[in-house]
Design a protein around this ligand. Structure first.
Ligand code: ADP
Ligand code: MG
Length: 266
C-alpha cells in the first residue's frame, strides 16, 4: 500500500459505545501493516479491547498509555510489537487508565499530553499511520486524542439513531478545531455492521453518504460473526479468518484509506 507523505494520525471516534470503534481501529491497523506500512495503535480505552484484539498482554501493572499521560514516560519505551502483523506496534491500555480521566483534570496542559508524547516518538520512529482508539465518552482521554490527531475517522453503525450520536461528535470536533487543534478534520467515515438483508442498513448508508459524501469509504463492513469472534482469540479478523467477508472488507477499506492518503499528499 502507498505510504503517506507525512505520518497520518487518525483518531477513531464516536461517543456511542459498541459502534465498532475498536474493531475498526485494530482491523484497519492490521490491514495497513499487512500492506507494508508502519503502524502504531494507541489504546486510550481503559477496557483495553484494542490491546486484547492485537494479542497484547495488558493485565494491571502493564505499562502503557497511563504512564505516558500521567507519568510522562516515553512512548518508545512502552510500545509492544503485535503478533498480528510486522510493523504493527501497540501502546497498551490497562484498567489504570480509568484513573487518568480524573487525574488529568488537575494537570497543566492536560489536553496536550498525548500530542507532545507522540511528537517526540514520531521524531525518532518513522511511522506511516497512528490510530487512536478512544473510549465511548468525550472526556479528557478522547480530548487528548482529538488534540493529537490530524484527522477523525468515524465508524457509523448501520442502525437507528446512527447519525444522532454523530451530530454530538461533530459539535465537539468543531469546538476542538476552534480552540485546540485547527488542523483537525473528519477525513473518513466507515459504515459498519451492515446487514444487506435489512432496508434499515441501506437507508442509514444512504443517509450517511449524503451527509458525508466525500468522506464515506466505498467499502462497507458487514455484520459478521467472524469479526466479533476474533478478539477472543487475541486476533484481528484478518488473521483469524482472512477469507471471510469481514476480513476482505476491512482490508479493502485499509487499501482505500492508504490510496486516498497518498493521493491527498501527492
Ligand atoms: P466500540 O469500540 O465502539 O465500543 P467495538 O468495536 O468494541 O465497539 O464493537 C462492539 C461489539 O460489536 C463487539 O462485541 C464487537 O465484536 C462487535 N462488532 C463490531 N463490529 C462488528 C461487525 N462488523 N460484525 C459483528 N460484530 C461486530
Ligand atoms: Mg472500544
Amino acid at each position: 500500500m502507498p505510504a503517506p507523505a507525512e505520518t497520518r494520525v487518525v483518531v477513531v471516534a464516536n461517543q456511542k459505545g459498541g459502534v465498532g470503534k475498536t474493531t475498526t481501529a485494530v482491523n484497519l491497523a492490521a490491514g495497513l501493516a499487512m500492506g507494508g506500512l508502519n503502524v502504531l495503535v494507541v489504546d486510550l480505552d481503559p477496557q483495553g479491547n484494542a490491546s486484547t484484539a492485537l494479542g497484547i498482554e495488558h493485565q494491571q501493572g502493564t505499562k502503557g498509555t497511563y504512564e505516558v499521560l500521567i507519568d510522562g514516560n516515553d512512548i518508545a519505551d512502552l510500545v509492544v510489537e503485535s503478533p498480528e502483523a510486522p510493523h504493527l506496534k501497540v501502546l497498551p491500555a490497562t484498567v489504570d487508565l480509568a484513573g487518568a480521566e480524573i487525574e488529568l483534570v488537575s494537570v497543566v496542559a492536560r489536553e496536550n499530553k498525548l500530542k507532545r508524547a507522540l511528537r517526540a516518538y514520531l521524531a525518532e520512529h518513522p511511522t506511516d499511520y497512528v490510530l487512536l482508539d478512544c473510549p465511548p465518552s468525550l472526556g479528557l482521554l478522547t480530548l487528548n486524542a482529538l488534540v493529537a490527531a490530524g484527522e477523525v475517522l468515524i465508524p457509523i453503525q448501520c442502525e437507528y439513531y446512527a447519525l444522532e450520536g454523530v451530530s454530538q461528535l461533530i459539535t465537539t470536533i468543531e469546538l476542538v478545531t476552534g480552540e485546540l487543534n485547527d488542523a483537525l478534520r473528519v477525513s473518513t467515515v466507515l459504515l459498519t455492521m451492515y446487514d444487506g438483508r435489512t432496508r434499515l442498513s441501506s437507508q442509514v448508508a444512504d443517509e450517511v453518504r449524503s451527509y458525508f459524501t466525500e468522506q464515506t469509504l466505498p467499502s462497507v463492513i458487514p455484520r459478521s460473526v467472524r469479526i466479533s469472534e476474533a478478539p477472543s482469540y487475541g486476533q484481528t479478523v484478518l488473521t483469524y479468518h482472512p477469507d471471510s467477508a469481514g476480513a476482505v472488507s476491512y482490508l479493502e477499506a485499509a487499501r482505500e484509506i492508504a490510496r486516498r492518503g497518498a493521493k491527498e499528499n501527492a
